[in-house]
Design a binder for this molecule. Sequence first.
Ligand code: HEM
Length: 195
Amino acid sequence: METPHAEAPAQRGLPSGPVTAAIGLTVVAVALVFLFETNVFPSDWYALFKLVHVVGAVIWVGGGLTLTILAMRAERSSDPAEMATIARQAAFAGERVFAPVGLLVFLMGIAMVINLHWGWGTTWIVIGLVGYAITFLTGLLVLGPQAKRIGQLIETKGAEAAETQAAIQRILLLARIDMGVLLLVVADMVLKPFT
Ligand code: HEM
């Protein structure tokens, strides 16, 4: 006769909150040491602005690209539930992560231009400003409202409804164009063309 298996005791993993906080503090502490030991920038302020600007850009562009890859995978699977999940996650990341981090990237860019007197008419800076304006307005006027509409469609008509799926496909495509603009701004910042 089979003896019933005793319930396995619940696994107690590492406490994620304190470990995450410790990793975060260590990264900040070591980055600050790098910051004060660098000799390639005109001032510590400029180095700080650039560090925050570039780390913000990495989070923003890297996060957006990851979502784009996951969205393409969901599209290929033709699974409405997966499409709805990625749309919800993209809406959350767009509103709670990319919008505030993007604003920080923009403000640090402004701070660097003022700090080092790059000049507002410099072509690569104008391209950066135009790129930011495009992505800011796309988020505010198109992606944000569309994401809210999709949330309502999922609740009222369901994730599988043709109207919901069409709206999700449209927003994912628009977000892809937005990523294209961001990648061009990165190329512009790194290569500083026409200077
Ligand atoms: C739209 C989003 C933006 C992204 C993703 C972005 C990304 C970057 C990246 C990756 C760098 C590092 C380039 C390198 O050192 O080779 C950089 C540098 C820089 N960015 Fe941006 N940037 C953005 C917007 C802006 C804006 C709007 C401004 C100006 C108002 C700006 C001003 C600068 C400046 C002054 C530098 C430092 C250049 C240097 O020290 O060589 N950025 N940016």
